[in-house]
Design a protein around this ligand. Structure first.
Ligand code: BT5
Length: 192
């Protein structure tokens, strides 16, 4: 299929679309998500809209992966500091489409792979996502903080027109990153 996000879009809440291969897998801002056939977990979950779904999905995915997977704000899964997976939340008027890609047996240069089997990982992901997508905000934020590789670091946030550099101090109640007291709601983060 082209992208699990597009196949999932018209489906009802509770649906899950899984691909062996995507010809047009995408990240945020129309960036591409690459993975050769059969080498990754590529799934889109149709969920109720939730303002911190991206963070909740990160928590769920890190829990499902286990083995030291950590979170980089806003939506990356890291293994040993390298990107092993990503999360893309897109909304329709009534649903949120939560796309999760995790490298299993292949990764692009500089990225990481998890080396786990897809089916058991998908099962754990379903369970964790069910739980965290409807969990209390405070519980999501608490576990996100514990799994975070971003908090406490110096970061650069590139917002296109603006670049913010400073210490990533915390995340706020809306999932925003607080950098030297400034609330950051979007941008690409580099750990310095
Ligand atoms: C993301 O975007 O990290 C979200 C990726 C979501 C992919 C899933 S797969 C299932 C579902 N269906 C879709 O079509 N998408 C979702 P972003 O933060 O924008 O990161 C994208 C950037 O990550 C790219 O510009 C590359 O630099 C890098 N990248 C691409 N493929 C990668 C891979 N397999 N592993 C690590 N990094 C990758």
């Amino acid at each position: 299929m082209n992208s699990t996000q597009d196949v999932a879009r018209p489906l009802p809440i509770g649906s899950v679309v899984v691909a062996d291969h995507q010809t047009a897998g995408r990240g945020r801002l129309d960036r591409r998500w690459e993975s050769p056939p059969g080498t990754a977990l590529l799934a889109s979950f149709v969920l109720l809209p939730n303002p911190v779904l991206s963070l909740a999905a990160g928590v769920a995915a890190a829990q499902a992966c286990g083995g030291g997977v950590r979170l980089k704000w806003p939506n990356d899964l890291l293994l040993n500091g390298a990107k092993v997976g990503g999360i893309l939340v897109e909304v329709t008027p009534t649903t949120a489409i939560c796309g999760i890609g995790i490298n299993l047996t292949w990764a692009p240069p500089g990225a990481a792979k998890l080396n786990q089997e897809r089916e058991p990982l998908l099962e754990r992901l379903r369970v964790e996502l069910d739980r965290w997508a409807s969990a209390d905000l405070d519980d999501v934020l608490t576990l996100w903080r514990a799994l975070s590789d971003t908090l406490g670091r110096r970061v650069r946030v590139d917002q296109g027109e603006h670049v913010i550099e400073g210490t990533a101090e915390d995340i706020g109640p809306g999932g925003e990153l607080i950098v030297d007291g400034i609330r950051v709601t979007f941008g690409s983060v580099t750990h310095l």
